[in-house]
Design a protein. Structure first.
Length: 219
């Protein structure tokens, strides 16, 4: 079976229609995580039991009535978001090699959706660089939302308390940076057909860090 991601005669080029369609589907993941995260940081950190609320018959300095009640600290479960991010991480990693790209379910789905369109082939190397950037961003999100299990695993392997298991060792700005970047990069790829990672790749070629030139990467 012909892999819909690659040129039928070479693995040096990929079908941009398939890439953009897959980016559109992956775009839904950071959108959903952004909505949940926005609700999380703006919601109350406490859960109040309404059946225990009582009037204290007192007022504060502003003249507002003070009530007493039972409350517990809000605990957020990021299991669903973690599974989604793991799937995106899998997608990013397997498509970085033509030997494993066939494992990507979204690649096959995107290929089926574009089977009647004329292929538009682009160089593969810049796309791989872009997906490497995506891999780093997604991995950072996974680490932020799951600091304890990752810290325990790393400490167990290294046999040292390198990472804290009582607090989040990832910077607090991690999701504020990574989630919007994923949103912007995927939207540009899917809607505008502009690959930010490919553009970065072309800049690195100009300064001599990479040798693979790409005349279409700056379009």
């Amino acid at each position: 079976m012909i892999n819909p991601l690659f040129h039928p005669m070479t693995y040096d080029q990929v079908n941009d229609n398939v890439v953009r369609t897959r980016a559109a589907m992956l775009f839904l993941v950071p959108v959903s995580i952004f909505v949940v995260f926005y609700h999380t940081i703006n919601a109350s950190p406490w859960i109040v039991d309404p059946l225990t609320i009582e009037d204290t018959w007192e007022t504060n300095a502003a003249g507002q009535i003070v009530y007493a009640g039972e409350m517990v600290k809000q605990v957020y479960d990021w299991s669903v978001q973690t599974y989604l991010l793991l799937f995106v991480l899998f997608e990013m990693m397997v498509t970085q090699s033509h030997r494993t790209a066939w494992l990507s379910p979204l690649m096959w789905l995107s290929g089926a959706m574009n089977r009647h369109l004329k292929p538009v082939y682009r160089p593969y190397q810049p796309k791989k660089f872009a997906w490497k950037i995506g891999t780093v961003l997604v991995a950072a999100c996974i680490a932020f939302f799951n600091p304890v299990p990752i810290a325990e695993s790393v400490n167990s392997v290294l046999r040292t308390e390198l990472l804290s298991t009582t607090s989040n060792w990832m910077p607090g700005w991690t999701p504020i940076v990574t989630i919007p970047l994923c949103l912007v990069f995927m939207w540009l790829e899917a809607a505008a057909g502009w690959c930010a990672g490919c553009w970065m790749h072309s800049m690195l070629v100009k300064v001599g860090l990479f040798k693979e030139s790409c005349s279409t990467c700056v379009e």
